[in-house]
Design a protein around this ligand. Sequence first.
Ligand SMILES: Nc1ncnc2c1ncn2[C@@H]1O[C@H](COP(=O)(O)OP(=O)(O)OP(=O)(O)O)[C@@H](O)[C@H]1O
Length: 488
Amino acid sequence: MLDIKHLSGGYQQTSIIRDITLTIETGNFYALIGPNGSGKTTLLKLITGVLQIQDGTITIFNQSLHNYSALERAKMMAVLSQEANVEFDFLAEEIVMLGRYPHQKGFFKNISKRDRIVVEEVMKQTDVFQFRHQPFKKLSGGEKQRVLLAKALAQEPKILFLDEPTNHLDIKHTVTMLQHLKEYQRKNNLTIVAILHDLNTAALFADKIGLLSRGKLVETGELSILQNEEQLRDVYEVAIKNNYHPIIPKPQISVVPNQEEQQNLGLEYELKKTDRYIHLAFNNPLRTISNGVLGEGLQWCKNFCNFNVRKDYNGSYPKGDIISWLRQEEISEYDTVGMMTAVNLKDMSIVQAEYEGVKILAVITAGVGNAVDITEKAVVDASFQIGTVNIMVFIDAHLTDGALVNAVQSATEAKTKAFIDLHIKDAVTGTFATGTSTDCILIAATQRGEPTPYAGSGTVIGKGIGLTVYKTLMEALRKYEKRSEKQL
Ligand SMILES: Nc1ncnc2c1ncn2[C@@H]1O[C@H](COP(=O)(O)OP(=O)(O)OP(=O)(O)O)[C@@H](O)[C@H]1O
């Protein structure tokens, strides 16, 4: 355990670090974050004994730092400093071997078999084994950094101090280096104290965080420090929005730069309609939430497509099919929400309305062959009928993520109401259907104006969505009904 109490210190008479108290548990990966000049490197230098402390105490494994001899310290802690470009006139392997020095015995410090094994192992782990016979100075910045990390690991320290270890590394080597370090940390109960500038990297790999500002510790503790937008904004003097990594439950942050004023054309779009597909193209990306086959979840999209498929379509990779159709039409697959339907696209309904100054557009294709009452226990009939409701709602307003979810709810309530009013039934249970088994929905907002947190039935936008979706869906369902009757 590393225990720091009321620590102050710096250079000559200047106190850079002021009254810092913090504990780092053994086996933790502790990330020190903070803006340039906040004192991170100075704090590391005080902890590693490079700088004299002016006040306070540092206790490592229950002993004052000052009670350790130089050799004991070298065995206990290794440092990977920022000075990766020091010009050593050695081969890469010789540099790494220097890390074994505190473990070597005798006057001549002979290299043992174990030294060689450790050096080979750490060089492989840091992906520099292939450079072992090359002069250190001829390596690239990132390769040098990895060789110096290998040297630090060769020391087999109990505490590893890293000053911006990923500074020169590309994304692959950043991730692999930190993954190796995590593995090392777990296997050897290694304590890592790392200065990291990239807060998202810190969030992915650190167990605990310390936030420094102007030589003071603003906060130390859990990763939730990275979710405090206000505190980060005050310390870094830049607007920050927190969110989550899409795959793993770790916080991530996005900086919000001052945007150049861009013309947002609201709900202006071009509509292309063929027998095969409907395409609405907007000039500006819209904030979207959808369960589209393509572009699902929260995204920013400019293109919205609904593709017609045969009634017996049974693609094994529908997303891939949509991507190939988009490519044929030269529509970017990266900012597109793509849906599928077996409904005749001639029966698409489109309604634009305005409610207290908010414009709302609904584009719907509807069939009810797969109508289902979601509250009944019956098994869903898997046979494919022409029967999907694809709802696209475009709103000229600024919706928060929560409001987007609210909007999905409002549109869904309107859909169910239309089903009930038209007495559409679940073919298996005979009860009123609440939707169909493969319904798709998109809410897209222009994000013009002030953010609004709600879009439920108690709000103008929510009501607007409800009324527009209901009207559009009723029209689409009537068209579907007419065509079905004709076909009978
Ligand atoms: N050798 C030195 N002598 C005097 N002052 C120094 C010295 N090194 C750094 N400082 C000062 O100490 C303060 C903190 O510097 P430090 O390098 O600890 O910050 P940092 O948080 O690591 O910054 P960065 O993110 O830019 O690396 C700065 O104001 C810096 O000018």
